[in-house]
Structure formats: C-alpha cells, structure tokens
Write a protein that binds this ligand. Structure first.
Ligand code: GLU
Length: 383
C-alpha cells in the first residue's frame, strides 16, 4: 500500500462540501451520502478513526424552507442553518447507523478552537466520542455564529479539527478534483498537480479565489487548510466528491492532489498556536531578527520595526519579515500599547520606557512557531 492511500492512515478527518450533499431542488442527496458512509464504514472496520466535518446546513435549510432563489440576510441564513442542521445530522445518524456505526453531533464556534481552554475542552469531548467508537459529525454552529466571529468556511474548520485531534490525514471532498496550475474554469491550459511537497507562495498563487455557488471555500481556503494541516503533521488530499463512493475512489486511483505532511511537524501546544486562524496583530521585524528567529531565538523588542492591530498579552500575533511575508506566529508577551512603546528598544531600555520591570522577549521562542517558508530558507542559507 502506498502513502497515497487512505488505507494506511489511522485517523482520518473527512470534510464534505455543501454542493456534494445538497441539491438545490431536491434537497439531500441520500444515495450519495449512503455511498460515502459505506466507505467510512470500510475504513472504520479496518481500524481507522473517522471524523466527519459536514457542510450543508444552510443549503439544506434553504431547500426545506423554499428559500433558494435569493440571497439571504444573516438572520435568515442562521434560521436556515437551524432548520438544515437538524435534517443534516439526522441523515448522517441514520446512514451511519445503517452501517452499524454510532455517531455524535458536534457544533463548534470559532472560540472553541481558538481559545486554549475551550480547545482543550472540545478535544476532550471529541476524543471521548472516538473512544466510544462514535463518529463525530462536526459543523460550525451557524445558527449562533455571527459574521465577525466565525470560521465562515469548513475547510479551515476541518483543518483545525484534524490537527487538534492528531489526525494523520485530512480529506477535502468538494466539486474540484484537485489543484491546478491555475483555476481550470478560467484557464483551459491549466495543468493538474498530483503532489505538493510544501505549500509555497508559488503554489498559493495558483489558487485564484473562485468558489462555487453553494460552497464558501474555493481553492484559497483549501490551501489555507493545507498549511494548517501539513504543518502539524497531517497530510491532506483534495478530490472531487461528486462520484459515488468518493473515498474508495481515491484508493482506486481517481484524480486527487496529495499534500505531504511536514517532515518536522509542530506538536502539542505549538499545534494550537500554528493553526490559529486569526492573529490579533502583526509585528514587523528587521533582517537581523529574521536571522535570529531562524536559529531558534526569541523575538526581542530591538528587532521590531512596526506593530499593528489591537491585542492583549497572550494573544496570537503574526511576525512579518521586511518584505511583509509572515515568517512566524506566536503568543505576544505585551499588549499592543506596550509593544508599540518598546518597539526597536534595546533590552536595557525597556524598563525605563514602561516604568516597570518587564520581560526581555516580545515573543518567547517557546510560544512561537516558524512558518515553513522560513524553514526552507534557513536550510538554503546553511547550504
Ligand atoms: N457551515 C456551513 C453549512 O453547514 C458551510 C460552510 C462551508 O461551506 O464551508 O452550511
């Protein structure tokens, strides 16, 4: 069995896009769901833990309510999600149970993965479900999530869940069959890419921004998901879910793009930092600080050139190099006002500037994760 097979993974998160599960006119695509669940049951029989991240609440709710013709206001789509989610979860439970599998519904809001305490709590619940051999069926709690505080797309939610649960594979089933050198709908010469070793800026440039009518994601959010997943040691595969039995189709060699997991994944606490979806601030640093970080040092105020955003001590910030590229993420030791005050100062000058005793590091190395772009350059520099 090759690595490009579902069969040799022990914990698999499968994300299903709305367009696969829901037909605008007829509602839930029951036969297709049954065929997917047949595949899931096969993986479970072979000993794998399977987690499902299922979209489709809003789309299904719209169909049930007869609200398919126009765009919805926020409160209408929240109501549609409430109607759709109950039907969606019911269908999953029935199909899984028909294959002898138990299931449990998990609805999460952004804070459940982004706040450390809630992250640990969500992880404990989901791992208990897995221990009980119940398939977690996960979605965003769209009924209460408002536009400012939400994942918005299930690609990144699925990546966050996969890494939180230590999955070794994330499968994104959608209406595209993989990554191309350009969005194939816009460029007929676009070439299919079967394997991505690392998501570089060149790879990201291939994504474009297109999304289908029913799904919120597009290739861009899939690559964002890929970065979160692969950095934490979770491989990812993107394939078209449109055919029946879409998971076993991957093992039969249907078209799919595989993204390799990092050979040096971040672990534990740092997985949570690395995958953080929305850094509260940005800290730009000079070339000297970039070099220091590449060798594993903490970020000192002296190397900071610019601070933006509103953040409190302990929030996640993105660290940018002089070209504006994100090179690391970490938990900041100062709030935004103090960070601005001490940016560029030498360690000996900090206390006088703040009027009280202070920590030396702006972001301590133990609370920081380097992005893989810098990793590669560090290797390159040493060669
Ligand atoms: N949570 C949304 C739903 O269930 C879907 C988000 C997405 O399509 O990525 O309708």
């Amino acid at each position: 069995m090759t690595a490009r097979s579902l069969g040799n993974h022990r914990r698999i998160t499968v994300k299903i896009g709305s367009a696969l599960l829901v037909d605008r006119r007829t509602g839930l695509k029951r036969d297709w769901l049954a065929s997917l669940v047949e595949d899931i049951a096969g993986l479970a029989r072979a000993g794998a833990d399977v987690l499902v991240v299922s979209s489709g609440a809003v789309a299904l709710g719209r169909t049930v309510l007869g609200l398919t013709a126009r765009s919805l206001r926020l409160e209408e789509s929240q109501a549609a999600a409430a109607v759709g989610q109950i039907a969606l979860a019911g269908a999953w439970a029935q199909e899984l149970s028909a294959r002898g599998l138990k299931s449990g519904q998990v609805l999460v809001t952004l804070g459940d993965t982004e706040e450390r305490r809630r992250y640990l709590n969500a992880r404990a619940t989901i791992s208990t479900l897995l221990k009980m051999k119940a398939v977690p069926v996960i979605n965003e709690n769209d009924t209460v999530a408002t536009s400012e505080i939400r994942y918005g797309d299930n690609d990144r939610l699925a990546a966050r869940v996969a890494t939180m649960m230590g999955a070794d594979l994330l499968v994104l089933l959608s209406d595209v069959d993989g990554l191309y050198t350009a969005p194939p709908a816009l460029d007929p010469r676009a070439q299919f890419i079967p394997h991505v070793e690392r998501i570089t800026p060149q790879i990201e440039a291939m994504a474009g921004a297109a999304a289908s009518e029913l799904s919120r994601g597009g290739m861009k959010t899939k690559l964002d998901a890929g970065k979160i997943a692969t950095m934490a040691g979770t491989a990812m595969v993107i394939t078209a879910g449109t055919r029946m039995n879409p998971l076993s189709a991957i093992d039969r060699g249907e078209r799919a793009t595989w993204f390799a997991a990092s050979p040096t994944p971040v672990r534990g606490y740092k997985t949570w930092i690395a995958g953080n979806l929305e850094p509260a601030g940005r800290i730009s640093v000079d070339a000297g600080a970039v070099r220091a970080l590449a060798t594993g040092k903490s970020l000192l105020p002296a190397g900071v050139t610019f601070v933006s955003g509103r953040f409190a001590r302990g929030d996640t910030v993105a660290i940018l190099d002089p070209d504006g590229r994100e090179i690391a993420r970490g938990l900041v030791a100062y709030d935004a006002a103090d960070a601005v005050r001490i940016a560029g100062l030498k360690t000996a000058e900090i206390e006088a500037a703040l009027g009280h005793e202070a920590r030396a590091a702006m972001v301590h190395r133990d609370d920081m994760v380097m992005s893989r772009a810098l990793e590669a350059e560090a290797i390159h520099d040493e060669a």
